[in-house]
Ligand binder design. Sequence first.
Ligand SMILES: Cc1cc2nc3c(=O)[nH]c(=O)nc-3n(C[C@H](O)[C@H](O)[C@H](O)COP(=O)(O)OP(=O)(O)OC[C@H]3O[C@@H](n4cnc5c(N)ncnc54)[C@H](O)[C@@H]3O)c2cc1C
Length: 524
Amino acid sequence: MAALEAALALRALVEERVTIELVGPEPHFFYRPLSVAEPFGLGDTQRFELGALAAGAGATFTLGALEGVDAAGHVAKTSVGEIEYDVLLVAVGAVPTVAVPGALLFRGPADADKFRGVLEAVAAGAARRVAFVVPSGAVWSLPIYELALMSATHLGEHLVQGAELVLVTVEDEPLQVFGRAGSDAVRHLLAERGIDLVAGTRAVDVVEGELRLVPEGRLEADHVVALPRLRGARLDGVPQTLDGFVPVDAHCRVRGLGDVYAAGDITTFPIKQGGIATQMADAAAQMIASRLGADLRPEPFRPVLRGLLLTGREPRYLRHEEDGDDGDAATTEPLWWPPAKIVGRHLAPFLAGLAGVESAAEAELEPGAISIEVELADAALEKLSKRVEPDGAEGDTVGEVMTTELLVVSPEQPLAEVAERMRVLDVGAAVVAHEERLIGILTSRDLLRALAAGADPQVARTGEWMTAEPVAVPASTFVESALSLMSEHGIHRLPVVEDGRPVGMLGFRQAAQSARGRGIGLGF
Ligand SMILES: Cc1cc2nc3c(=O)[nH]c(=O)nc-3n(C[C@H](O)[C@H](O)[C@H](O)COP(=O)(O)OP(=O)(O)OC[C@H]3O[C@@H](n4cnc5c(N)ncnc54)[C@H](O)[C@@H]3O)c2cc1C
């Protein structure tokens, strides 16, 4: 979505002054939002030929996958060879991974059939209780609400008796990201359709027909359907977080890499959603266009989450079916979001024109709908990614145990220089700071990765190979909490920060020794 939106925006802003090449490993563009309607026989995922879309957007299309970037040389390394560029936009989306082992993973079109099997089992009386799960981590939660609500409607319509549906979410409130209005409306809808809600709870895994929960509890279920946790695929030469996401500034420039931009699910922005992806693409396109001489002042990315929540008792698609409006995409539309399911200032009208689907204006007229528009303030975003101290944590604090002898380097320093300093100081990692603020960590593992990828250590810079925005803690954190963070993220070193400045490092061994001194079992 972000790549196409950016191509269209750029073409509109600078017309013929730019040559655009789209590179992707899949010849098709899958329009996923409607995939939640597939198991109910209410709509197919739409598929467009990318070559044709690219041509329509005034771009060429190359079938291939981006593998790495040589930012200094302005070369994109792909599965089909090197591609030179003046400006690169990385919009490779995110990779869905299993978040709740043992549950049915719902990623989109590929899993619609499997979910249909669950519905059939419930309808046939072979299964009774189905749990729908929003897992922890990076996730776009809306589809699971749609699946649960549509399942309740579907089973009700087929007069299936005794089915029990429950929605388990890690969010404190259902659909938390939409704010109070969204949460209240969805809470009301769930209750109305008889779906139980368990909020503020992390689902761990499914063992012998039970969904295990944290902080406590187990939930019996014949089937558990969970959304994936999203991660970014590794790209050589690009700073990425532990989860593979790429840090960008307000104009979607990749931090530390000249002429490289990123937009959409691959970025560190915590909300992984099509509307947001296209807003980032527009911000990037404006910045690129101004560099190409377009007469405009590039607007920074200001995330606005838009949705349309239909609150009527009957979902909209049923009424349309009664009208006999077959074939109209609006007839198959799930309950909400967004006013036009297809998003993007440029992408929505472009695809609507190609496929003859609804326009945003038509959908907005739906009676009984609550239109939700949330301007995402920093505070709300921080809440989304907050880390909580486990209840009852006590004992040493990180500040009492950490080492303060730190190797601090800049993102510009060549890998060879940093490796030499790591050798002299006999440390396994360097913290990377920009204007005194922690922006990354470079470990011996990152150095090996760079060497294995053929990077020249005299030329390649630390900022291109570090782990960006590493998990870090303030010195006042309890060691016990720090240990659980390390084990949750599978890391051995935790930078310690005060007001964003690196002040120390906690190693796994130090932390474990301190915890063992207090008789805390590590459990792993
Ligand atoms: C079931 C489901 C329902 C959803 N419903 C909605 C909804 O109703 N509304 C909404 O706004 N959002 C929805 N989303 C989220 C939305 O689909 C994503 O947030 C959005 O697609 C992100 O856009 P993107 O451009 O970052 O990534 P994508 O749209 O995923 O595009 C990434 C592209 O990059 C390509 N690619 C991958 N790896 C490489 C590589 N190495 N090199 C080159 N190309 C590569 C992929 O093939 C793909 O074409 C839904 C998601 C799912 C799974």
